[in-house]
Design a protein around this ligand. Structure first.
Ligand SMILES: [Zn+2]
Length: 333
């Protein structure tokens, strides 16, 4: 394939431009297609678990472009801090952090707004990120995805959705409406599109940064974290729940899980059928708010006399169920 799609293709005048980039970049694209087909065939035959994988499609014209250089392509970080890429040259880079070891590859991204990013793949020794274990039994928390709050932790501690996300979301809606009103093919439409892309980018980086801070904060203070499995992956993809709020929570859970593993913390998901909201954490009766009409109920009183804050009660139930699953060795971690 490499011979036909790279070496031979370059000889054709229409595709001579392929020779303008490093050979490795082309090879890496082929490797990506190879992996996509392997995943597709493995999914067809049932060898691959999880959601069904479709055949590879041509890259959508999303406006983001990327190329990947491997070590074989002789990319190098120079002593003066520049990044040297084959056939491109030595680039000035604003480094966001020190490199802990030699990177095995670098991906250069160009975003729709014309910014360039270099992201490196680096091998880190197992356990390098381990946190000091906490042996106090209080250092365990459930995480409840509240309706009014981003998350509720042990003791009713509330993590609010950050204000800047709501502001940006409003800005995005406005820009999208403006874009929809512009004539196709006009210069103003191009301008409006860049503006939408810019806000998307702002949201992406602000959110990512904020989530990382929440994740590391929660893991520093807790030896075990139990969450409700909301299947946010499906939710975030669906048309109904595409709010920044829900999409953020999905990303938050995914990062919490992987960071927990790397830092040596316990992480467990509680089945989404578990009635965390309805269960009274005092007596175990299913007396809590249910269904659509229960969505607005913040406080409720159980038959046993206990008065509950909805989210606080749910956190207790999630935590207990998570602890039970881990103790029984049934945690799907
Ligand atoms: Zn009760």
């Amino acid at each position: 394939m490499s011979k036909a799609l790279i070496t031979e293709a370059k000889r054709h005048p229409d595709r001579a431009w392929l020779a303008e980039v490093s050979f490795t970049v082309l090879q890496q694209s082929l490797r990506d297609v190879d992996r996509a087909y392997n995943n597709f065939f493995a999914s067809l035959s049932g060898k691959r678990q999880g959601a069904r994988v479709g055949p590879p499609r041509f890259k959508r014209r999303s406006g983001t472009q990327s190329i990947r250089f491997t070590r074989g392509a002789a990319f190098r970080i120079l002593d003066n801090g520049r990044l040297r890429l084959p056939k491109i040259g030595a680039l000035k880079v604003a480094w966001s952090r020190d490199m802990p070891s030699d990177p095995s590859s670098v991906t250069v991204l160009k975003t729709p707004t014309g910014k360039y990013y270099a992201s490196f793949v680096i091998a880190v020794a197992d356990g390098a990120q381990k946190l000091e274990p906490l042996d106090d039994s209080d250092t365990e928390t459930g995480v409840d995805h509240g309706l009014a709050h981003f998350a509720v932790l042990r003791g009713g501690r509330v993590v609010e959705s950050p204000r800047f996300l709501r502001t940006l979301e409003r800005k995005l809606k406005r820009a999208q409406r403006a874009l929809a009103g512009k004539t196709k093919g006009s210069a103003n439409r191009v301008k409006a599109r860049v503006k939408v892309a810019k806000i998307h980018e702002d949201i992406k980086y602000a959110r990512s940064d904020w989530i990382n801070k929440q994740v590391i904060g929660i893991l520093r203070e807790n030896q075990a974290v139990y969450v409700e499995d909301l299947h946010v992956k499906g939710l975030a993809r669906g048309r109904s729940a595409k709010s920044v709020h829900d999409a953020s929570f999905g990303m938050f859970l995914a990062r919490l899980e992987s960071k927990a593993q790397r830092t040596g913390r316990t992480f467990a998901r509680v089945d989404r059928c578990f009635p965390s909201t309805r269960l009274c954490s005092e007596c175990g009766a299913l007396t809590g708010p249910r269904g659509l009409e229960g969505l607005n109920i913040r406080m409720w009183e159980c038959e046993c006399g206990a008065v509950h804050d909805r989210d606080r009660n749910a956190e207790i139930n999630i935590r207990r169920e998570g602890q039970r699953l881990v103790a029984a060795g049934q945690a799907d971690t």
